[in-house]
Ligand binder design. Structure first.
Ligand SMILES: NC(=O)c1ccc[n+]([C@@H]2O[C@H](COP(=O)([O-])OP(=O)(O)OC[C@H]3O[C@@H](n4cnc5c(N)ncnc54)[C@H](O)[C@@H]3O)[C@@H](O)[C@H]2O)c1
Length: 332
């Protein structure tokens, strides 16, 4: 069996953020149309090491995409200088069931998670958005920032905030260097979350917080918010005020309702109900539900991540790598 091994450099060389946004768009459209088979991921606790190991697998026939991503969340890793969300993607040939590629799942996660929030931002945020706030500057943050700037390149100011101020400052400096010449935005580290979200047209939360990361009443009219960090019932970043008062609420897939504390906690308290959700982003893409209707509306998008994003994005990366002769082939 021949397996194409792709590292981050290989993946970056054949696949752009724009490609990733398109792959996520196609993946969510297929999912909403009932054209994918995505079982709820299996989560294994590893309490001895404050970790969790997740097995995300699925099949989407129309995208020729079949595979599994093994992804872990070890929140203490960030202090060891290694990713908190390390992963490996195993892609299969859907015609034979043989493994055709191993790829860097850590990078895949970053790019497809940034891309899905970028996609939601493209579909829901005001066209004239100028200020973007990012709460949480860990491993996922650069992908989140690149994706939003890709769909709203006219953004003038990106304010980043993290509980760890040094990390926020480093992120602002790194982003300034990384995106110099590519996007005109200025990057600054805010002292508080309130300062970051003040006046923001687009807000993304990407933390491991168990409590709301900013006061929902600070959100300005017309803003769009992406909730990206919460993926278990315990984790929640979004103030209930936002859920209750947003004009439209979208999710990547309905798994978000079973997995994210941002929904589970207010639903359990009886102050929110799932029938208030506008719908899945894929349904918006497919034209079966509506999007933003005025410049004053507040829109909210929650993603907990789905294997459909991983398998479709990974298959596209693999196809491009094969076409361009990139990567190393090993034989098992
Ligand atoms: N939705 C998805 O598909 C998806 C994909 C990947 C990761 N995630 C989740 O996103 C979260 C972040 O991932 P990461 O790889 O960036 O983690 P990370 O550990 O690298 O970074 C998390 C950052 O959040 C900061 N933080 C924690 N609480 C905060 C608060 N209240 N205010 C501001 N900053 C705060 C930490 O200081 C840290 O810098 C994790 O929970 C991860 O599981 C979700």
């Amino acid at each position: 069996m021949k397996i194409l091994v792709l590292n981050e450099r290989d993946m970056r060389s054949v696949f752009t953020m724009k490609d990733a946004i398109q792959a996520d768009k196609d993946a969510l459209a297929l999912h909403a149309a009932g054209e994918s088979n995505i079982p709820l991921r299996a989560n294994l606790d590893v309490p001895e090491h404050n970790g969790q190991s997740l097995y995300m697998y699925g099949y989407a026939a129309k995208a020729n995409a079949l595979g599994v991503k093994i992804v872990s969340t070890y929140p203490d890793n960030i202090n060891k200088g290694i990713p908190s969300v390390p992963a490996t993607m195993v892609l299969l040939n859907s015609e034979t069931g043989e493994t055709c590629s191993f790829m860097d799942g850590t990078y895949l996660t970053r790019v497809r998670t940034g891309a899905v929030a970028g996609l939601a931002t493209d579909l829901l945020a005001r066209r004239d958005s100028k200020v973007f706030a990012v709460i949480g500057t860990g491993g996922q943050a650069p992908g989140q920032i690149e994706a939003v700037l890709t769909v709203r390149p006219e953004i003038e100011l990106v304010k980043v905030y993290d509980l760890n101020m040094e990390r926020a400052k480093e992120a602002a400096a790194q982003m300034t260097e990384f995106f110099s010449g590519k996007f005109p935005a200025k990057f600054v580290a805010s002292q508080t979350a309130a300062e970051a979200v003040d006046g923001a047209d687009i807000i993304t939360t990407i933390t491991i917080s168990k409590n709301p990361v900013f006061d929902g009443r600070l959100v300005k009219k017309g803003a769009h918010i992406n909730g990206v960090g919460s993926y278990t019932p315990e984790l929640s970043e979004i103030d209930e005020y936002i859920l209750i008062n947003a004009d439209k609420v979208y999710i990547d897939t309905s798994d978000a309702l079973e997995e994210s504390g941002d929904f589970i906690k207010p639903i359990e308290k009886g102050i929110y109900s799932a029938d208030r959700i506008t719908g899945e982003l894929g349904a918006l893409i497919n034209g079966s539900i509506i999007g933003r209707e005025s410049n004053d509306e507040i829109t909210f998008f929650e993603t907990t991540g789905s294997a459909v994003l991983d398998i479709v994005t990974a298959q596209r990366i693999y196809e491009k790598a094969v076409e361009k002769g990139i990567g190393q082939t090993i034989e098992l």
